[in-house]
Design a protein around this ligand. Sequence first.
Ligand SMILES: Cc1cc2nc3c(=O)[nH]c(=O)nc-3n(C[C@H](O)[C@H](O)[C@H](O)COP(=O)(O)OP(=O)(O)OC[C@H]3O[C@@H](n4cnc5c(N)ncnc54)[C@H](O)[C@@H]3O)c2cc1C
Length: 357
Amino acid sequence: MLDSQFDIAIVGAGMAGLSCAQSLQQAGYKVVVIDKSRGLGGRMATRRLQRTHADHGVCYLKPKSPQFQELLNQLVDRKVIRVWTDTIHKLDEQGKVQSPQRQAPCYAATNGITAIAKFLSIGLTLRLNHRVERIEARDGWQLHCEAGEVISANAIVIAIPAPQAAIVCESIDQDFVEQLKAIEYSPCISAIAVYPIERQAEVEKLGWKAIICPSDPDLGWIGIDSTKQLNPVQPAIVIQSNAHFATQYLDDPDLQQVGERLLHRAAELTEQWFTSAEVLQVQRWRYAFPTNPISDKYLAANTVHPLVCTGDWCGGNRVESAFQAGLEAAKYLNQRLSEREARCKHRILPDQFWVQI
Ligand SMILES: Cc1cc2nc3c(=O)[nH]c(=O)nc-3n(C[C@H](O)[C@H](O)[C@H](O)COP(=O)(O)OP(=O)(O)OC[C@H]3O[C@@H](n4cnc5c(N)ncnc54)[C@H](O)[C@@H]3O)c2cc1C
């Protein structure tokens, strides 16, 4: 039978939840990570299609802090990621693709960005396919999952987008829930297009790997995603809408047609052959980027048993902010739990974030 009693339950297996879980588990806590999806990574998402794959959420990582750079170095050493490019092209206001100066290295995973989440999950106890619907304070916490399963823990970390956290935390005091509800997100629609193998030669002639489109009315990003792979055999491109387009079409019943619009716009701006995709899949992200993140790295509830909410919306809107928020939430929780357990033992979080293999 599966264990259902833990020191700490972490809801959300994205970057924030996994970094928090690793840190707390290495300090000796009995941790479980619960996620509603079948796979790990949250918005660090990869889809496998025919003989290729594509990242339809996070495109690449560009570290700003030494701490995040250290994590990326570790991932490079383990051959999970590598430098993908140092040049992201830009679409100018006249619709022309401009080649910028060389920029800082952008990292990507050769097997898809979810490989990072798989790496971060090493050694953790996971409950996937478990949507946490509500939590209840009863002799610690009880987490009620969609399928009826109940998981018990002394403390909870909720590492999911704030509006989703507000639903899970409904039974907590209203001030806390209102703070969560105040965080807003912009949506995004991603189209993933896969082409016949014969097109691979044309990809190699392109002269760019990705284009940001800051002033286009519809698009935000065009990336030749298969160029992240070591030996790509079949081209895959990912086109992301901007927030304005996504807001307009997020609930459109014909998502496929929405994806085709994105594809046609990308073809108009770059290569006409982009319209001849063999497969086109579309993903909508209701909570893509927090638009008004809080400056703190977590939001702690004023409850007897510790409860903390965190995620990219605490301090930023990128994977790096999710990573830092997860680690800071772990520190806070360790301190709270250590105070309660003072007479038993004091646990020490690792100084440096390191996944033990
Ligand atoms: C299209 C797109 C492109 C992006 N590009 C980049 C980029 O290039 N670089 C970059 O740094 N960032 C990028 N971002 C932002 C980045 O994805 C996020 O900042 C980061 O991944 C957030 O991590 P997180 O752990 O906070 O949340 P998430 O990754 O959203 O993880 C939350 C997890 O919680 C789970 N969950 C939610 N509710 C429940 C529940 N009730 N019960 C159980 N589980 C639940 C979800 O399934 C998910 O796995 C992009 C985002 C999008 C959508």
